[in-house]
Ligand binder design. Structure first.
Ligand SMILES: Cc1cc2nc3c(=O)[nH]c(=O)nc-3n(C[C@H](O)[C@H](O)[C@H](O)COP(=O)(O)OP(=O)(O)OC[C@H]3O[C@@H](n4cnc5c(N)ncnc54)[C@H](O)[C@@H]3O)c2cc1C
Ligand code: SF4
Length: 512
């Protein structure tokens, strides 16, 4: 029998078995999975396919592609975590972008799919002593399956926008590797709405792939249902508890409790899982620590001809040429006008003049494989993330910024906005070396965080990790963490494929 989707329930609306109202919703399954994004959806479908009853619980609402808001304001209101107001603090304030809806951040990501680099898995095996838990063979087998299930293909040339073509040209002119991106997208229309959710159903995100399959196989989904705590009894996870939250006014609804006969898998993201375990009273010395990211910043080239970044996929070209030597990845990134306004800086007439040039702009970004290690804390004010990119991280960003500016000029840009506060804001080709003077000070750069790792990192020593090599929480039976928070290092490539594969491998082991 197909499973049910249970959305927001108002306080007092649910009756218990004897018909008494206001007793809260109570359910039971073999496994409960918290969080329906990259990790949670991959784990849940694997368990349900393995014959275990599974309940997937998501704090955000269910949105079908037809219901995705068409404005960026609507996207932030309905899809982004905390209206996109999540931040990291330290010596500067850095926006942290994540989604909160059924399907998680993949619904609003660029769908880039990159296999886990072999050097990362070798490092985990040799330096972190993880053995064969995530061997190249296991991860490779899982990624083979994911690629087939999510229809991974390279973007067809006919939907590439002009800005992508320029970037590929730029790579060639400075003689570095550059390629067209491979994505979990089928039949892309090039409508550049990837970051607002693909209304064309082309992007193969969990809410249109694994989660409907989970329900067809009998699994249930709770949406608008933030889990408040994991219930642990006698050293064993036995279920979860929370209250529904209204998708629009965020008011508190009915309580829910879900009992897990076999175990709980937490996949509430690199900003959600550690705070959830903290709220659940878990006393683990490394919880919230080991938080890492690929902070990024963009460089805009202004061209004499139209670049029309509103056409084509949001991201379509990239380079890993400097992944190992410098520690950066370079990518094309097109933004809708509203987000572009937030990234190019300035106010009043300065900003309006910049926006008038939108059709002539192409934006390319550097994502830094940062050394910085941050920390999540949870207190009465909620979750706080402390994260400060190091001087070395800033110098890598400065290297990438100068290289991208040079590529823009080689590809025909007349001017460049480098985004560094304190330098002349707009430079021409003969002023390129000014970027060498950009201060190594976080306050001068417009970082954004979107590839996030850690908080519940995996390792062998409970003093420096939260989960073991099988993603099982140290010292608590039947509790696993299967999302980005378990990843113990940066990757240097886009993370969703690695997260999905690790979750799948772990769920297969549990199911086995
Ligand atoms: C704008 C953007 C673009 C990106 N582009 C790419 C890309 O092209 N390729 C790529 O590989 N990666 C990309 N990423 C990163 C990638 O999407 C994430 O690394 C990945 O989705 C993280 O997976 P996750 O399972 O850890 O968390 P998520 O996918 O974020 O899922 C976590 C889910 O848990 C839910 N949740 C949180 N707390 C609770 C709770 N208490 N109770 C119930 N549910 C809860 C959240 O609402 C969310 O739905 C991008 C990220 C962003 C922000
Ligand atoms: S470009 Fe348009 S059709 Fe293609 S994945 Fe993005 S939103 Fe979907």
């Amino acid at each position: 029998m197909p499973g049910r989707h249970i959305a927001f329930q108002a306080a007092g609306a649910v009756a218990d078995a004897t018909g008494r109202l206001g007793q809260g919703l109570e359910l039971e399954a073999d496994y409960v999975v918290v969080g329906s994004g990259a990790g949670g959806s991959a784990a849940a479908i694997t368990l349900q396919r393995g014959g275990f009853s599974t309940i997937l619980i998501e704090s955000g609402p269910w949105r079908d592609p037809e219901d995705y808001p068409s404005s960026m304001y609507g996207t932030m209101r309905d899809m982004f975590t905390d209206w996109g107001q999540l931040i990291a603090t330290g010596d500067s304030i850095i926006p942290v972008v994540q989604a909160q809806l059924v399907g998680g951040t993949p619904v609003i990501n660029s769908a880039i799919v990159v296999r886990t680099p072999g050097d990362v898995l070798q490092d985990w095996r040799d330096r972190l002593g993880l053995g064969d838990a995530f061997s190249e063979r296991k991860i490779g087998d899982a990624q083979d399956k994911i690629e087939q299930q999510l229809k991974i293909t390279q973007i067809p040339v006919d939907v590439l926008g002009p800005t992508t073509q320029r970037m590929l040209d730029g790579f060639q002119r400075v003689s570095i590797e550059g390629h067209i991106i491979t994505r979990n997208v089928h039949d892309c229309q090039g409508s550049m709405q990837c970051l607002q959710g693909c209304r064309n159903r082309a992007k193969q995100t969990p809410n249109i792939t694994w989660i409907p399959e989970l329900m067809a196989l009998g699994g249930h989904v709770l949406s608008c249902a933030p889990v408040h705590r994991v219930r642990v009894e006698k050293g064993q996870a036995v279920g979860v508890h929370g209250w529904f939250r209204h998708p629009e006014n965020r008011s508190k609804g009915e309580a829910f409790s879900v009992r897990a006969k076999r175990g709980v898998l937490v996949a509430a993201s690199a900003t959600g899982s550690a705070p959830l375990l903290m709220r659940s009273g878990l006393d683990l010395p490394y919880l919230g620590q080991g938080w890492r990211a690929h902070p990024g910043a963009g460089v805009v080239g202004i061209y004499p001809d139209f670049m029309d970044m509103h056409k084509g996929p949001s991201q379509a070209a990239a380079s890993i040429h400097h992944r190992l030597d410098v520690g950066i990845k370079m990518e094309h990134l097109s933004l809708p006008l509203e987000l572009f306004a937030a990234r190019v800086g300035g106010g009043g007439s300065v900003l309006m003049n910049k926006l008038e040039e939108y059709r002539h702009c192409a934006m390319w970004v550097t994502a830094v494989r940062a050394q910085a290690v941050g920390r999540l804390r949870h207190g009465w004010l909620g979750t706080r993330l402390h994260y400060v990119p190091t001087a070395e991280d800033l110098s890598r960003l400065r290297f990438g910024t100068k290289l991208l500016a040079r590529m823009h000029f080689e590809a025909g840009a007349e001017r460049v906005w480098h985004g560094v506060y304190g330098l002349k804001p707009e430079i021409t080709k003969d002023e390129l070396d000014l970027i060498d003077q950009a201060p190594l000070d976080n306050k001068a750069w417009t970082w954004v965080l979107s590839h996030l790792f850690g908080g519940c990192v995996l390792g062998t020593d409970p003093a420096t990790s939260v989960v073991g090599p099988d993603l099982h929480v140290h010292g608590v039976r039947r509790l696993h963490v299967v999302d980005a928070s378990a990843i113990p290092t940066t990757l240097g490539v886009n993370p969703q494929h690695t997260i999905m594969a690790m979750a799948m491998v772990t769920a297969q082991t549990i199911a086995g």
